[in-house]
Design a binder for this molecule. Structure first.
Ligand code: KG4
Ligand code: ZN
Length: 352
């Protein structure tokens, strides 16, 4: 089954072709991503209207390139999948409408994919793992623990009550005068910093829950920076290192607790923690997670970073997984700005 996947929910215009064989194994034939970073740079963040217009300008060509790179012409596709939410609604509409047009013109099924589900199922494409498993999704828009029981069967165990982790990195970078996206900038500056100089708060951490909160931490960073302004290069490095240490500790403590809950609720299941989202690229957080996994006896799975960040291959794969279970969607499927993974309208529930 050859599936085209289209992703336009934020600031990446992406298309990919993925094959799923009868045994359920996936292969990526092409994976083209065009980042809009430069278009939004002057505004210090993604401007939704600009993002949507840019998707309109570039998506056709990105799809053509995905077909060329895969050597699969449009009429040899078996299905079209596109992110139908959650995300910036203008962008989602561009990708979903394009997918509907292709589906109608080619007479091939449409699969409307939940973007979070695409992140959640990526580890089955890259590592061929079985259900169930625990996922930590940490991106610019989301920070959550999800129990992945099957295609369409998700339990959200914890989420952020304010900012997403990537968003916190981006805001800290912005207040320190660093560029966007902030995560890589903060990580690079932190290399030269003293992580023990500032003791930033670890919000919510004493509470017995799997939720995150990062906005108080961000405010503490801002106050610390204002208190010692103007900042030297060393001050910036020390703030970055101290902030990064705080978030790495938060993620580690919460992940350890999530793994313990998994052990209690699914004692028979193989213990696996899958990480997804752009923040998975952060090495300090990664080292913390490796330690937690080792000490908890869990297998840590981090897909290659280009598949952790937004891409079309994960959308194509999620589409293929749904199609393999007999699911597809009508041309009247409405784009959704909000679409939590554990909502009633996930369609399938093939749980283990
Ligand atoms: O998954 P992603 O590419 O896009 C979505 O948000 O869906 O994630 C982007 C986020 C940004 O907030 C970016 O600052 C963060 O991931 N990020 C990082 C790193 N690389 C990207 N955060 C911390 N450390 C990094 N190395
Ligand atoms: Zn994403």
């Amino acid at each position: 089954m050859r599936v085209l996947g289209i992703e336009t929910s934020c600031d990446e215009t992406a298309a990919a072709i993925v094959v799923r064989d009868l045994s359920g194994r996936g292969t990526i034939l092409s994976n083209i991503v065009r980042s809009q970073l430069e278009e939004h740079a002057a505004f210090g963040g993604v401007v939704p209207e600009l993002a949507a217009r840019s998707h309109v300008t570039h998506l056709d060509r990105i799809i053509a390139r995905a077909c060329e790179a895969a050597e699969v012409p449009l009429d040899e596709l078996d299905a079209i999948a596109a992110t139908a939410g959650p995300g910036l609604i203008g962008g989602v509409l561009v990708g979903l409408t394009t997918a509907k047009a292709l589906s109608a013109a080619l007479g091939k099924p449409l699969v409307a994919v939940n973007h979070l589900e695409a992140h959640a199922l990526t580890a089955r494409l890259t590592d061929g793992i079985d259900f169930p498993y625990l996922m930590l999704l940490v991106s610019g828009g989301h920070s959550q623990f999800v129990l992945v029981r099957g295609v369409g069967a998700y339990e959200r165990w914890g989420t952020t009550i304010d900012d997403a982790l990537g968003e916190a990195f981006d805001k800290v970078a912005k207040l320190l005068g660093l560029g966007q996206p902030g995560g890589p900038q903060v990580e690079t500056r932190a290399l030269d910093g003293d992580a023990s100089r500032f003791r930033f708060p670890r919000p919510l951490l004493k509470e017995d829950r799997l939720d995150f909160s990062f906005s108080g931490l961000k405010t503490a960073v801002r106050l610390a920076a204002e208190a010692i302004a103007p900042l030297s290069e060393q001050d910036v490095a020390d703030i970055c290192a101290s902030f990064q240490l705080a978030v790495a500790e938060i993620v580690s403590v919460r992940s350890r607790a999530a793994i313990e809950r998994f052990k209690t609720e699914l004692p028979e299941a193989a213990l696996r923690l899958v990480v997804a989202g752009g923040v998975a690229a952060n090495r300090t957080i990664g080292v913390g997670l490796q330690r937690v996994a080792r000490e908890s006896g869990a297998q840590l799975i981090v897909p290659p970073i280009e598949l952790c960040t937004d891409n079309g291959a994960m959308v194509a794969w999620a589409g293929a997984e749904r199609l393999a279970l007999g699911a597809s969607d009508g041309l009247d499927f409405a784009a959704k700005a909000r679409w939590p993974l554990d909502s009633a309208d996930m369609g399938l529930t093939h749980a283990v």
